[in-house]
Design a protein around this ligand. Structure first.
Ligand code: TXA
Ligand code: MG
Length: 327
């Protein structure tokens, strides 16, 4: 069903409002399983959920929010056992998780390679932001779906985070498949983000006070530093670039070059989307860059990608891949 009526936004979706009961959770899990988008309440704010293993579904999050960049997303899981499938666990993570999960806290930990998450979720970073929410509706949905759910706040990019189902509908109606109406979020601000991939660092203040974390860690926290490579992945000019030089907006391809195509082009080594579908192109972007990187080091030429919708985020990332190295 979902394939037919959605994805590129040509046909507006009719967003379903689901009740927080067995029927609603089953429907929500079903939609997520088909690659659809479901907004749901957590104790902090409403999240816009997608199956974190499904490239197309995650690409659609960025499309629905109109995000101009592929910022990394938080993955939501029901319990610590599930979290350990996706991140490298250690004693500090264990101590903090036992003290504050489930709750308004997100941990950034080393991503387990090969865990099966879409690279769009982490914006291709080696770390993953992960959270076990406490809200009973979020927990019931995560248990019904039985898989990792990537979810940013369920608002259009640049707007205020939603704390009621009505806020979600005001911003994203006809852009997502469903919202589970679970009433008002108690905390009302986003989760606190604690980086544990190296020195414990407060990456974003939020619903859990810094003092509580410092008490549990027994040490003051290093704070977010502007310009810090790890904490500001979206700001780095080239945090991921293939080894080969990258040339953008290529109309003609040199014989020494490999073409990363978009749309109907001849002789592409790989094509982001032969039909010119930006959602498909976003879903393929990191996979194709990695593949070209693994396959050789001759220069990569990239077909023009239109600067609209998801094309903005794709071009933002391609510009980073093409930027002079070491910046
Ligand atoms: O309360 C919340 O945290 C809500 C609910 C839905 O869980 N979610 C939320 O997501 O606020 P979002 O996408 O609006 O904010 C996620 C933040 C972004 O600032 C992103 O840069 C950061 O998490 N982030 C995600 N992965 C990261 C990583 N690997 N390293 C550093 N920061 C990361
Ligand atoms: Mg947000």
């Amino acid at each position: 069903m979902i394939e037919e009526r959605s994805v590129t936004g040509a046909v507006p979706l009719e967003t379903e409002t689901l009740t927080p009961d067995v029927t609603g959770f089953a429907r929500a899990a079903d939609i997520l399983g088909q690659g659809g988008l479901v907004a749901f309440p957590t104790e902090t704010v409403y999240g816009l959920g997608a199956d974190a293993r499904n490239d197309m579904a995650v690409a659609r999050i960025f499309e629905a929010k109109g995000r101009p960049r592929f910022n990394p997303l938080i993955v939501h899981v029901p319990d610590v056992e599930a979290a350990k499938r996706y991140v490298a666990w250690d004693d500090t993570a264990d101590r903090i998780a036992s003290a504050f999960w489930p709750g308004p806290l997100t941990l950034v930990l080393p991503l387990r390679p090969g865990a099966g998450l879409s690279p769009l979720v982490t914006a291709d970073l080696p770390t993953l932001a992960i959270r076990i929410p406490a809200h009973p509706v979020a927990r019931a949905l995560l248990n019904a779906f039985d898989g990792p759910v990537a979810a940013p706040s369920a608002n259009p990019s640049g707007r205020i985070s939603p704390t009621e189902a009505a806020h979600v509908l005001a911003g994203l109606s006809n852009r997502i498949e469903a919202v589970v109406d679970g009433g008002t979020c108690d905390v009302g601000v986003e989760s606190t983000i604690l980086g544990l991939a190296d020195t414990p660092r407060l990456l974003r203040p939020g619903g859990l006070p810094q003092e509580a974390l410092e008490a549990a860690l027994g040490t003051p926290l290093a704070l977010y530093q502007v310009g810090d490579a790890l904490t500001a992945p979206g700001q780095m000019t080239s945090h991921y670039a293939p080894g080969a030089p990258v040339r953008l907006n290529a109309i003609k391809v040199e014989t020494t070059e490999r073409l990363l195509g978009f749309g109907k082009v001849d002789g592409a080594a790989l094509n982001l989307s032969p039909s010119g579908d930006l959602t498909e192109a976003a879903a393929n972007l990191f996979h194709h860059l990695h593949k070209l990187d693994q396959e050789g080091d001759s220069p990569i030429a990239v077909s023009p990608v239109p600067e609209r919708g998801l094309g903005r985020a794709i071009n933002d990332r391609l510009r980073r891949a093409a930027a002079p190295r070491g910046t």
